[in-house]
Design a binder for this molecule. Structure first.
Ligand code: 5GP
Length: 120
């Protein structure tokens, strides 16, 4: 089943404006900001504006316009950061096996250097 959404998680607090972030993009559906502990020269997180824990939760429960808008925002941010020509990686951790730390869906965008092989 779907885990309950925790309104007190740190990304929910950022979305409510209770905590600051280093914003790179925002629209009606998504917010993107720099990761506080970057793992690459560019490391940005993109989050949907809604209470969704994981990709499975999001695609099962979010309205279609939010799903479309969120994925559009991921591509827009990659382009805005000039990552399209050199290349970039997107990644989303879900649950314990993937070491998800923050229980609000987020897509990582990594770039700015050659990234090496994908991890499992
Ligand atoms: P996860 O392991 O859940 O996929 O990744 C969570 C990410 O959120 C980590 O890369 C971590 O550095 C980042 N993070 C955690 N807390 C904050 C915060 O308060 N602000 C920002 N900008 N990033 C955070």
């Amino acid at each position: 089943g779907t885990p309950a959404y925790d309104d007190g998680n740190i990304f929910a607090r950022i979305l409510r404006g209770e905590l600051p972030c280093n914003k790179v993009y925002e629209d009606d559906h998504a917010l993107a900001f720099h990761d506080i502990n970057p793992q690459a020269p560019v490391h940005v997180l993109v989050i949907p504006k809604g209470p969704y824990v994981s990709m499975a939760d999001f695609t099962a429960h979010a309205p279609a316009d939010l799903i479309a808008g969120f994925f559009r925002a991921v591509g827009t941010v990659a382009a805005q950061l000039d990552l399209v020509a050199p290349g970039y990686r997107i990644l989303a951790n879900a649950g314990d096996h993937a070491h998800q730390e923050v229980p609000h869906l987020h897509i990582h965008i990594f770039g700015g250097r050659p990234l090496g092989p994908m991890l499992t």
